[in-house]
Each structure stands twice: as structure tokens, then as C-alpha cells.
Design a protein around this ligand. Structure first.
Ligand SMILES: Nc1nc2c(c(=O)[nH]1)N[C@H]1C(S)=C(S)[C@@H](COP(=O)(O)OP(=O)(O)OC[C@H]3O[C@@H](n4cnc5c(N)ncnc54)[C@H](O)[C@@H]3O)O[C@H]1N2
Ligand code: MOO
Length: 426
């Protein structure tokens, strides 16, 4: 029988769904996973008081109301001349200029005489008897008179007391992650100290006997630990206390000890590696056996072996070892969950629709996050490889193209959803 004889045993044809997710496993959809995290996780952090200048990046423990209105009194929005408006002012006007002036912080201090104009500067409280201000560029000042033509609207160039926010009105809500612009509002409305949540302590450990510290060895069988420094840096950016729990060997007893140690020092743990189903995937195995593993296989690429479990009361995110998958899972799943544990609000990353600058055929059943960036024309281009170990693509990209679960093809020019890293707080 020749090598090329095709009369041998029949080979089954490839099935059309051969690329579908393996059957017999519940692949938890992304939305279901997020809903589970949102429903099950509650704040675990206590409260503390901080000064306003230390509040950036902190989570408000409760709502904050304005202690004074902004602005606290009606004032001038421009440098110019103020007067009392009345509808009889038709045609060219010539008002006597009163002595003195009103400046920010140095009020006129008395009533402006009826029919007179007064020099006012931006921010000056409007004296009684003044409700309207003309820009100095729009008037003539001559022989002690202010001359202008054309009556502005009543109240022109002035700011009403409380027009921004009234005393007692809500300034910021509980769970708000305080940002520099919030600090401006709190300062303007008289809040000098505020009650925030204590910072969430997030432990990070790496697993895998193959791991070594960067530069530690030249042995090509060893992999430098890239996940731990990456995750610690992400957590610091998010305003948490990153707790470096080191590198744990692939042994159950070592993992158990590490998880116990983490529980003593952290509110929540991110581990990476060993989350899959292989012989050496001890993290998923121990979490399944001892820690109420709730979710494990997520219908997402990259990152499908994400283990969510509770280690004696401490939430554990068993991230996949591949750095791209660990990064993606951290942004997509750990970020909103950590925010909620920290007392903050659940957040949905903002994305926008742009034309694709690539083509792709996508399999059904899972959501995909492609490393992507915008071209000069605002089109989304994707990294040349979808390999989960291609760390260079993370930095090449500026965000993700997020493709929904159904199968589909993307052709250049088709609308796709782009979510910048900034939407994940990076
Ligand atoms: N039979 C199956 N095999 C695999 C599956 C599966 O579902 N069934 N999933 C694949 C996917 S997807 C991923 S992602 C990986 C992740 O699995 P693990 O979490 O078990 O990760 P490891 O096997 O420990 O490591 C994978 C890969 O990443 C490297 N790694 C691990 N930690 C680090 C680190 N801290 N820094 C840098 N690189 C790291 C590790 O050396 C491996 O090369 O499993 C697939 N297999
Ligand atoms: O999570 Mo894995 O390939 O999708 O890296």
C-alpha cells in the first residue's frame, strides 16, 4: 500500500464548530462574571479622616454637602463698571462715576448711589445698588463719567450667589474617588477635612517553579517574573496599598501558607499563574478544594482561566499566568471589584466606536479584548499577534478593541468599540 493510498480508515471531517469553546464546561460570560462580582462583593475597608490636601485618590466614606454657597455672594465676572440696571436706560448713557471701587476681597462697603456707576474688578462682591457690570472695553470714562451705548441685559457680567452650588446641596456622593477637580469644589465650598475609606491592601503573589527574578539567572528554562511588578504598579496607580507577597513555588502546602499569610496582611489577593487545568496548576486546584471557587472558566480572550474564590473570607483573584491575560483580567474584572471592596462605586469603562483599521474573523461564544491603539485618523489598529505571552504588545497598545460574544468578521472601516487604558484608570 502506497504512502499516498487514501483507502485507509476514514478520517472524520473537521467540524464546523471545531473552534468553539470546549463543550461540557460552563464558560461564564463576561457580563455574568461582572454581575457576580458586583452582587457579592461589599466594602471591606474602615474609615479615617484626612485633610483635603491629602484626599486625592481617596474614596469618600459618605456624601459631602457644601458648607457654603459658591460663590458665597453675588460678584463681578469682569473688570469694568457696575451700576443698577433699569429699563428706562434707552440710548447712549452717561453715568456719574462714584468715588472708590470694589475689588475682590475689598468690598465697596456701602450702597451705590442710585444712577451712579462704580469701578469694579473681577471677583468683587456687588455692593448694594449694583446688579449689572459693563466690561471696561465697552465703556468710555471721561470727566468723571462712564459713557456707553447699548444697555446690556440685567445682571450681565455678574455671578449670582450660589449659582455654582448652594449651601447644603450635595457636592460629592459616597464612594466617589476624589480627584483634583473634586478637591477644588470641596475647597471652594468650605470642606477642610473629610472622611474617607482606609486604603485597600491588595496582596500580589506569583506562582510557578519556572519563575525567577529579572536578571537572576540566564537559564532559558526560567521565566522572569513580569506579572508581579506589573500588578504592583497597577495597584499603586489605583490608589491601593500594594503588598508584595513574593513568589510561591508550585506546591500546595506553600500556596496554603502563602494564602494564610496574605490573609493576615491584605484585604484581597491577586495571584498569577497556575490558574488553568494543567498538572502544575495548583492555584486552581487548591482554590477548588479549599476556597469556594466560584468562577473559573470565563468566556473571554485572553484570560479564560480566571479563578475567583474566597480564602477564609479573603477574596482571591487567581489570574492566568500569561502576562497579557493577567493584565487584561486585572483591568476588566479585578478593577471594578477592587473599587467596590474599597468602598468605591462600581465602574464601567467608557469606550467609543471608531472605524477598524484591521480585519479579523472572530469565533463565537467569548468576548475578546485585542490590544489596540488609534491611528492618526482615529481608526483602531490592533497588535500583530494575539499571543498571550507577547508582553511588548501591551505597551504598543493604548487600549483594547472589545469584540462582543457572537462570531463575526471585522473588515477595515467597520465600527468597533475602543476602550482606552485610561478608562481603566491607567
Ligand atoms: N489544557 C488547558 N491548557 C491551558 C488552558 C486551558 O484552558 N486548558 N488555558 C490556557 C490559557 S488561555 C492560559 S492564559 C494559560 C494560563 O494558565 P495558568 O494560569 O495556569 O498559567 P501558567 O501555566 O502558570 O503560566 C502560563 C504562562 O505564563 C507564564 N507566567 C506565569 N507566571 C508568570 C509571571 N509572573 N511572569 C511572567 N510569565 C509568567 C508561564 O511561564 C507560562 O508560560 O494556560 C493555557 N493552557
Ligand atoms: O488567557 Mo489565555 O490565552 O487567553 O492567555
Amino acid at each position: 500500500m502506497s504512502e499516498y493510498d487514501d483507502t485507509g480508515p476514514a478520517v472524520p471531517p473537521l467540524r464546523d464548530d471545531c473552534f468553539a469553546l470546549p463543550a461540557g464546561v460552563h464558560w461564564m460570560p463576561v457580563e455574568e462574571t461582572l454581575a457576580l462580582l458586583r452582587a457579592r462583593l461589599a466594602p471591606v475597608t474602615g474609615e479615617e479622616e484626612v485633610a483635603l490636601d491629602a484626599a486625592d485618590g481617596r474614596v469618600l466614606a459618605g456624601p459631602v454637602a457644601a458648607r457654603r454657597s459658591n460663590p458665597p455672594a453675588a460678584n463681578s465676572a469682569v473688570d469694568g463698571y457696575g451700576f443698577a440696571w433699569h429699563d428706562g436706560m434707552v440710548g447712549p448713557q452717561s453715568l456719574p462715576l462714584a468715588e472708590g471701587r470694589a475689588a475682590a476681597g475689598a468690598p465697596y462697603g456701602r450702597r451705590l448711589e442710585r444712577g451712579a456707576a462704580l469701578r469694579v474688578l473681577t471677583g468683587a462682591v456687588l455692593p448694594e445698588g449694583m446688579d449689572t457690570v459693563l466690561l471696561e472695553e465697552d465703556v468710555w470714562v471721561e470727566d468723571g463719567r462712564v459713557v456707553f451705548d447699548g444697555l446690556p441685559q440685567r445682571g450681565a457680567n455678574t455671578r449670582r450667589a450660589g449659582e455654582d452650588i448652594e449651601i447644603g446641596a450635595p457636592a460629592l456622593g459616597a464612594g466617589r474617588l476624589v480627584r483634583p477637580e473634586d478637591i477644588a469644589l470641596l475647597a471652594a465650598t468650605g470642606t477642610a477635612r473629610l472622611t474617607v475609606r482606609r486604603r485597600l491592601r491588595v496582596g500580589v503573589l506569583s506562582t510557578g517553579d519556572e519563575l525567577a527574578a529579572p536578571g537572576e539567572t540566564t537559564d532559558p528554562a526560567r521565566t522572569y517574573d513580569a506579572n508581579r511588578p506589573m500588578l504592583l504598579a497597577i495597584l499603586a496607580r489605583w490608589g491601593y496599598v500594594p503588598v508584595d507577597l513574593g513568589h510561591v513555588p508550585d506546591r500546595r502546602d506553600a500556596l496554603r501558607d502563602a494564602f494564610d499569610a496574605a490573609r493576615a496582611r491584605c484585604d484581597v489577593l491577586l495571584s498569577s499563574g497556575g490558574a488553568s487545568a494543567g498538572d502544575e496548576d495548583h492555584v486552581s486546584a487548591i482554590l477548588r478544594a479549599e476556597a469556594h471557587l466560584t468562577a473559573w472558566r470565563i468566556a473571554v480572550k485572553p484570560g479564560r482561566p480566571l479563578a475567583l474564590a474566597m480564602w477564609r473570607g479573603m477574596p482571591v483573584f487567581g489570574l492566568p499566568g500569561n502576562p497579557v491575560a493577567a493584565f487584561t483580567c486585572t483591568l476588566v474584572f479585578a478593577r471594578p471589584a477592587l473599587a467596590q471592596l474599597a468602598g468605591g462605586n462600581w465602574s464601567v469603562p467608557a469606550g467609543f466606536t471608531v472605524p477598524a483599521a484591521f480585519e479579523k474573523t472572530k469565533k463565537a461564544g467569548r468576548r475578546e479584548f485585542l490590544r489596540a491603539r488609534l491611528t492618526g485618523e482615529g481608526h483602531a489598529e490592533v497588535f500583530a499577534s494575539e499571543g498571550s505571552g507577547r508582553i511588548s504588545g501591551l505597551g504598543w497598545a493604548g487600549g483594547f478593541v472589545e469584540l462582543a460574544e457572537p462570531a463575526g468578521t471585522v473588515a477595515p472601516g467597520d465600527p468597533v468599540r475602543f476602550v482606552p487604558y485610561g478608562s481603566f484608570g491607567l
